[in-house]
Design a protein around this ligand. Structure first.
Ligand code: PLP
Length: 375
């Protein structure tokens, strides 16, 4: 069996042709595909505005510059990729790590306790971990009651929803970010986007994406003024053409992911030591399928299990090593927060291969090998 990774892109001839078309055109960047992709993302998510950027980390960087002030404190989760909390530091603000719930998402009840204690908390950065969208009613309540900013990190949740509220629609948040890295739901190679319903934030993000400069045709047709310290975080037309083509297939990709999730759930339902992270959730976009294994009751530890699976050409993955326990964060004084749920989660959680082109045959091979080692 060829190596089976935990995630990968699904690219077809139509995707390739749409990229080739751009390569043969006059505009490789700053052309019409950028706006077309942004419009298509707005139509899909329901948000009013969208700014495409060069990757999800750039999206978080600009979002943090637009939302935060120096020394603001921000509640966030240890269970995410580094970029989520790093972006708070980029804006010279201070992340506060809050424990997670059973489903791997930030505990919004604990967030409220923090908000009651500390007036300097200006925002919550919530990640819809694995694709499961955090409770939107609670998010709305916290935003209104405590007058805070909300950023939704939707890198895992494009196509997901909580009841009828779609991920990245920004119904209860100021900004949402997306990533189009190849393991995500749709890809542009590298790529990301920020969505919002706030025109002022949208205009600020446009400026920040493009060196902080604004055309000033009143002076001359070629004249521009630099108003802010911005960046070049533009996404190319080549990438946007791929994104547009991929977006057409997103609902099909989601269906296949869910079909694979149901097959995994069915395969492990008799195994006492393996549990899905949460019961099947039809609103989850299932970027990841995470299982919790009770290694204390098994005669193998987590690391050896993952290593032995690699010997069988199966790539399992850890999502995530707690951010606050990273050496860099420890040097900043983090790492001793009380996060018992995250600690236990980290001992038990493993992500299994999940992507639209994973065949049932490959999935059955993964299941068979897990059962041989654990059941
Ligand atoms: C939750 C989360 N946020 C942000 C990012 C950053 O996205 P990118 O890799 O496109 O920079 C990732 C990427 O893995 C992610 O998983």
């Amino acid at each position: 069996m060829d190596f089976i990774p935990y995630g990968k892109q699904s690219i077809d001839e139509e995707d390739i042709n749409s990229v080739v078309e751009v390569l043969k055109s006059d505009f490789l960047t700053t052309g019409s595909k950028v706006q077309d992709f942004e419009k298509a993302l707005c139509t899909y998510t329901g948000a009013k505005y969208c700014v495409s950027v060069s990757n999800g980390t750039a999206a978080l960087h600009l979002a943090s510059l637009a939302l935060l002030n120096e020394n603001d404190e921000v509640l966030t989760t240890p269970n995410s990729f580094l970029a989520t909390s790093n972006s708070i530091l980029y804006a010279k603000a201070k992340p506060i790590f809050v424990d997670i719930c059973e489903d791997g998402n930030i505990d919004l009840e604990l967030c409220e306790k923090e908000l009651q204690k500390n007036q300097n908390i200006k925002a919550i950065y919530a990640v819809h971990f694995s694709g499961k969208v955090v409770n939107q009613e609670k998010l709305r309540y916290l935003k209104q009651k405590y007058n805070i900013k909300i950023l939704e990190d939707c890198a895992h949740s494009l196509g997901g929803s909580f009841e009828n509220i779609k991920a990245a629609s920004c119904e209860n948040s100021d900004l949402s970010i997306l990533s189009f890295h190849p393991v995500k739901h749709i890809t542009t190679g590298e790529g990301g986007a920020i969505s919002t319903n706030d025109k002022e934030l949208y205009e600020k993000l446009l400026l920040l994406r493009n060196h902080g400069m604004k055309a000033n045709p009143d002076v001359a047709p070629w004249h521009y003024d630099m108003i802010e310290l911005g960046y070049n975080y533009r996404l190319t037309d080549i990438s946007c053409a791929l994104g547009l083509s991929q977006l057409k297939k997103l609902d099909g990709f989601l269906e296949k992911r869910k079909e694979l999730v149901k097959r995994y759930e069915n395969a492990f339902k008799e195994c006492d030591f393996i549990k899905p992270l949460y019961p099947y959730d039809k609103g989850s976009a299932y970027h990841l399928f995470v299982i919790k294994c009770d290694f204390e009751k098994l005669n193998i530890n987590k690391k050896d299990f993952v290593l032995q699976m690699r010997e069988k050409n199966i790539g399992l993955q850890y999502h995530y090593i707690p951010i606050n326990k990273q050496p860099f964060y420890k040097n900043l004084g983090y790492g001793s927060e009380k996060t018992p749920n995250m600690d236990k989660y980290y001992e038990q959680a493993i992500s299994l291969p999940l992507y639209p082109s994973l065949s049932f045959e490959e999935q059955d091979y993964v299941i068979k090998n897990i059962k041989e080692l654990l059941c």
